[in-house]
Design a protein around this ligand. Structure first.
Ligand SMILES: [Zn+2]
Length: 214
């Protein structure tokens, strides 16, 4: 395998209660893949435009409003495909489920272009793939995108915390199983969460109080 050409940029968007949006760009082709563009933040559009990024896919870890708020605009601007799990697909069109009814800015999106499930591979380039891991609990269709040594994990786990399961369709027993599943990954795996700082499996095994009682 040649040297990994992908560069990762993290955007903290949406202010204090905001979320992380990640952008992977192939430095050889400028093809881009954006994850969880949760808020309509001009920095996202400017970055893509200024760096002449060909946005290929908009990948969603789950369907909550703070992870999907810029999807429609990015799709309109770039023509990128929207990817979400089969089980969270309905969230895009349903403001009660995506919680935008409570955010003051109703989100009702078109159906996604690609629906994925556990084990699916998302090809970025040549033999560079992301693997879809179904990690339900926060929502039924919450997924992680597992790359080479890192995972984009949405609202499954955070530094010293875990995702909420008290929303409609949240399920704590599922969350426990999902957390146990990702703890099987190599300790060095970086966790790129939906909120807060980037961490690792090793760090969370050691310090995350929610994992101690599993
Ligand atoms: Zn969420």
């Amino acid at each position: 395998m040649s040297k990994n050409p992908f560069k990762l940029t993290r955007f903290e968007i949406g202010g204090l209660s905001g979320s992380n949006c990640y952008l992977l760009v192939d430095s050889e082709t400028n093809d881009g893949y954006i994850f969880d563009p949760g808020f309509d933040d001009p920095r996202l559009y400017d970055f893509i435009k200024d760096n002449k990024i060909n946005l290929k896919k908009i990948l969603l870890t789950h369907g909550h409003y703070d992870h999907i708020g810029a999807v429609q605009k990015l799709k309109d601007l770039t023509g990128a495909e929207v990817v979400i799990s089969k089980k969270d697909a309905k969230y895009l069109e349903n403001p009660d489920l995506n919680l935008s009814n409570f955010s003051g800015n109703i989100i009702e999106l078109e159906p996604a272009d690609v629906l994925v499930e556990d084990g699916d591979k998302i090809n970025l380039k040549d033999d560079y793939n992301l693997t879809v891991l179904e990690t339900p609990g926060h929502t039924p269709g919450s997924i992680c995108f597992l790359g080479d040594g890192y995972m984009i994990s949405g609202d499954l786990i955070f530094q010293d915390s875990i995702g909420r399961t008290d929303f409609e369709e949240g399920n704590y027993p599922d969350m426990v199983n999902s957390l146990k599943r990702i703890m099987q990954l190599p300790d060095s795996t970086l966790i790129l969460p939906g909120h807060g700082e980037i961490t690792s499996i090793e760090r969370e095994k050691r310090y995350n109080p929610f994992l101690k009682s599993l």
